[in-house]
Design a protein around this ligand. Structure first.
Ligand code: NAP
Ligand code: HSE
Length: 329
């Protein structure tokens, strides 16, 4: 009698959130199952998608997969993908998943910026995994570069445009003369804005991202409340006119470096950049970051900083990474 190796058990994925990002993740997992099975080394099974309103149809997602009980959904998963946003219940769901040794993927930059150290400690204690490439600069794989590719070097400065919606707004207002409120509305229609758009417009979203980058680059605390933040909400026509008169471009610039005591100094503020500055050339929802490294010199990364499919790209990369990590346990 011949024996057959048993088929690998599927990687069970619970998707908490089926909005702009979650919808794109679900459609990719369902539509390209063979691709993810090949990358993860076993079939990837989408257990369900947690949403608030299960009665609303979701493009490309069978209604049988929808649930309004994220806790029950997460309990049976090897990988819990949190794309709900907000502090709760996202925080307690992530915590519960880490406590039972699951792999967690999240795009929740506010949560990671505020509770990252605590959640990493919890993951280490329980042999779990915490992945959040999508939390910073969406499709641009900056976390992997800072955490892994530049691990043998020393990042000395980070400077970038790390918020897609405000870059879109500044671009439309500054280059095309679109009224500010119209540009904000369009950014919302494209899925670029947070559920609370003041997080974008007041610079808090960019502050969370630069804090996460700084902590990852330097392995020291980078408290969100210590980031100096000025957003774009109070910019006036005169500010845009001023930039045009100088031949420059208004951009929301996030930056971080360390002072002589090793403490992180980080800020987010609108600046008029010379037109030839690489940051000035970011159009629409594009993000760009310049990492200055001791050996490498400047390393620049550019790409889509917001949007459903674009963010799903980073989430799904983490799902594959999480699946491989789960298999090693
Ligand atoms: P979204 O469109 O508002 O989607 C949120 C989803 O979570 C919705 O499906 C919502 O259900 C569900 N949800 C919220 N609270 C819930 C609860 N208590 N129980 C069950 N379901 C709940 O938001 P998004 O734009 O996809 O963003 C999600 C996360 O990704 C946020 O942390 C955001 O910062 C991050 N992110 C977004 C982008 C982007 O470009 N949009 C980029 C990078 C990172 P309903 O649909 O029924 O309301
Ligand atoms: N609201 C965020 C932005 C989404 O505009 O950049 C991507 O993190």
């Amino acid at each position: 009698m011949s024996t057959h190796p048993s088929a690998p058990s599927p990687l069970r994925v619970a998707l908490l959130g089926g909005g702009t990002v979650g919808g794109a993740v679900a459609r990719a997992l369902l539509g390209r199952a063979d691709h993810y099975a090949q990358r993860a080394g076993r079939p990837v099974q989408l257990l369900g998608v947690a949403v608030r309103d299960t009665g609303r149809p979701r493009e490309g997602i069978p209604t049988t997969l929808l649930t309004d009980d994220p806790r029950a959904l997460a309990e049976g998963a090897d990988v819990v993908v949190e794309v709900m946003g907000g502090s709760e219940p996202a925080g307690e769901l992530i915590e519960a998943a880490l406590r039972r040794g699951a792999q967690v993927v999240t795009a929740n930059k506010q949560l990671v910026a505020r509770r990252g150290e605590e959640l990493h400690a919890l993951a280490a204690e329980h042999g779990a995994g915490l992945h959040y490439e999508a939390a910073v600069m969406a499709a641009v794989p900056v976390m992997a570069v800072v955490r892994e590719s530049l691990a043998g070097d020393e990042v000395t400065r980070i400077r970038g445009i790390v918020n897609g919606s405000t870059n879109y707004v500044l671009d439309l207002v500054g280059r095309e003369g679109v009224p500010f409120a119209d540009a904000v509305r369009q950014a919302g229609e494209l899925g670029y804005l947070e559920a609370d758009p003041t997080e974008d417009l007041q610079g808090l979203d960019a502050a969370a991202k630069i804090a996460i980058l700084a902590r990852t680059a330097w392995g020291v605390p980078a408290p969100l409340e210590e980031v100096e933040v000025t957003g774009i909400a109070d910019l006036t026509d005169a500010d845009f006119a001023d930039a045009a008169r100088q031949g420059g471009v208004l951009k929301l610039v996030a930056s971080a470096e360390r002072d002589t005591d090793g403490r992180v100094r980080a800020s987010v503020r609108p600046l008029i950049l010379p037109a030839e500055d690489p940051l000035a050339q970011a159009r629409g929802g594009t993000n760009v970051v310049e990492l200055e490294a001791a050996l490498a010199g400047p390393v620049r990364l550019v790409g889509a900083g917001a949007g459903g499919d674009q963010t799903a790209s980073a989430v799904l990369g983490d799902v594959v990474r999480a699946g491989l990590a789960a298999a090693r346990r």
